[in-house]
Write a protein that binds this ligand. Structure first.
Ligand code: SF4
Ligand code: FES
Length: 239
């Protein structure tokens, strides 16, 4: 027999001056293998067409569906309802990002600002000759770069981070991971001094309080704390 579940959602439309933040409860039946994506879609199709939330891939790849479920930032498309024994889920939008409406937040704007701040691209004066075959990279180095390049920009590490909630200009675990990624890429010619210029302050590497929540919640299991510690050791010696 299928279970009755209750999903409570913090609804608010900041663009509507009559809208006030309020929790709205939805009661529905659980179906086998039901994810939060399926439950929210059912609510929107059958109960409340006005409910806003974001999804694209439904497979933990696009990073669109981050939300806070019972106090924990997580990807809703990877959240199984059966993992909540009492069948009660409370959903709020991820903090630290601009609220669009209900559970929908603008992670893209935050990621864009962060990418500009940390200059998230390969910096080099080398001329690129497109008629030549790409330069080879040592396989171990390529693996190490790929490991950090797996970030899907979901923002969950940022929503989990106490510093990011207190300092709007903090580049966050995702931004520090970006610097770690470029610092090991041999095509990037930036020195430690150059990276220090970008993140050598409290809005960068020295803002992290090492609470570890970013790594605990990252759906891609990126070694965020390890990389933050590595960067801090590397940059603390820059004069
Ligand atoms: S580091 Fe992990 S949690 Fe943070 S944005 Fe990337 S994938 Fe998401
Ligand atoms: S919908 Fe793409 S990660 Fe969840």
């Amino acid at each position: 027999m299928s279970r009755d579940i209750t999903i409570s959602v913090l609804k608010f439309n900041p663009r509507d001056e009559d809208s006030k933040p309020e929790f709205v409860e939805y009661n529905l039946k659980e179906t086998p293998g039901m994810t939060l994506f399926i439950a929210l879609t059912k609510i929107r199709e059958e109960i409340d067409a006005d409910l806003s939330f974001d999804f694209v891939c439904r497979a933990g790849i696009c990073g669109s569906c981050g939300m806070v479920v019972n106090g924990v930032p997580t990807l809703a498309c990877r959240t199984l309802i059966e993992n909540y024994p009492d069948g009660k889920l409370q959903l709020i939008p991820m903090p630290a990002f601009e609220l669009i409406k209900d559970l929908s937040v603008n992670t893209g704007k935050w990621m864009d600002n962060m990418s500009t701040k940390v200059e998230s691209w390969i910096v080099s004066n080398d001329e690129v000759d497109i008629t030549k075959i790409e330069e080879k990279m040592d396989p171990d180095t390529a693996d190490a770069v790929f490991e950090l390049d797996r970030c899907i920009e979901c923002g969950i590490c940022v929503a989990s981070c106490a510093t990011a909630l207190m300092r709007p200009d903090f580049v966050g675990p995702a931004g520090l991971n970006r610097i770690a990624r470029f610092s090991i890429d041999p095509r990037d010619k930036r020195t430690d001094d150059d990276f220090y210029e970008l993140i050598g302050d409290d809005n960068g590497i020295f803002g992290c309080m090492s609470l570890l929540s970013c790594e605990d919640h990252c759906p891609k299991h990126l070694p965020l704390q390890n990389k933050i510690a590595y960067l801090r050791r590397k940059l603390v010696s820059v004069k």
